[in-house]
Design a protein around this ligand. Structure first.
Ligand SMILES: C[S@@+](CC[C@H](N)C(=O)[O-])C[C@H]1O[C@@H](n2cnc3c(N)ncnc32)[C@H](O)[C@@H]1O
Length: 276
């Protein structure tokens, strides 16, 4: 803040105002600050986990961590998903407008699922997450938004129910999974022939040095106390981390049987991969 002694006034520069006060805009960092607070809340557990090298289930984070994650990611999805990301995928937008069966896996509080259901009212969105409190929160949000074409279920990504999906997506969650290859394999089997999988992951380069800038450092820090332990706590425990990068993600997707991986879009925080 700037303090003007003469006028006795505090003020924020436009840049500071954007970061601290513009709730709902992608550059507003309040969701991230809330995420930091969530880590101090359970600081001792985080230190113990780090020293042991063992996992820490997603469910053992503090409640505020789940809200913060949603608050951090939602503005980016609201600004880009319908306007930019879906149109950047080959042949997907027209299917969603006509009425498609969509799977949103690792949906958390359901912001992406609700945005899809609202934008494509003829489509049905089946949203899955293994964290029951998040699914309960997502159901509340859908009810408050009056959205009827979305259904939330508690289930693992490696075994969610349903077949013949036209479109599957994962938003910032594949790297949190213990068995991302298993999850991607299950997605491949659940898609209709010709279906598309959209993988949204944190933007990252392929080497650690590519990621040593403020956004990469934010991701590495959060990955150290949240994402990597969450993956290590699950079966397989691959521990991709929040800065896996396209090359490593492509290896995972190829291992799951997908042969086509193309970067369809990116923002300063996310990359969007078209996978078939
Ligand atoms: C970082 S959050 C992202 C949530 C949401 N997609 C978003 O963008 O706000 C990661 C989510 O993945 C879920 N998750 C992690 N491993 C999972 C698994 N094996 N099966 C289903 N969900 C999983 C967590 O419960 C959590 O909600």
């Amino acid at each position: 803040m700037t303090y003007d002694k003469e006028g006795e006034k505090f003020s924020l520069s436009p840049e500071q105002a954007l970061v601290f006060t513009r709730e709902g805009q992608p550059a507003c960092m309040q969701g991230f600050f809330q995420a930091i607070v969530s880590q101090y809340e359970t600081h001792e557990k985080a230190v113990k986990t780090f020293k042991s090298g063992k996992g820490r289930p997603w469910s053992q984070q503090s409640g505020c961590c789940f809200c913060a994650t949603d608050r951090f990611f939602r503005p980016g999805y609201a600004a880009n998903l319908v306007e930019t990301w879906i149109p950047a995928l080959e042949g997907v937008e027209s299917k969603l407008h006509a009425g498609a069966k969509i799977a949103d896996i690792g949906c958390g509080h359901g912001s992406s699922s609700i945005l899809l259901a609202q934008a494509y009212p003829k489509s049905e969105v089946h949203a899955f997450d293994f964290h029951k409190p998040s699914i309960m929160e997502a159901r509340k949000k859908a009810k408050a938004a009056g959205v009827k074409n979305v259904k939330f279920s508690v289930t693992k990504a490696q075994s969610f129910p349903g077949k013949d999906f036209d479109f599957a997506c994962i938003f910032d969650a594949l790297h949190d999974m213990g068995d991302p290859v298993g999850a991607a394999k299950h997605i491949r089997k659940s898609l209709k022939p010709g279906g598309t999988f959209m993988l949204v992951e944190p933007l990252a380069g392929d080497t650690m040095t590519d990621n040593l800038h403020p956004i990469g450092q934010i991701y590495y820090a959060f990955s150290t106390t949240v994402c990597t332990p969450a993956s290590l706590a699950q079966e397989v425990g691959l521990g991709l981390g929040a800065q896996a990068g396209q090359k490593r993600l492509t290896q995972v997707l190829n291992k799951a049987g997908f042969s086509h991986v193309r970067r369809a879009a990116e923002t300063p925080t996310n990359m969007v991969l078209e996978v078939r």
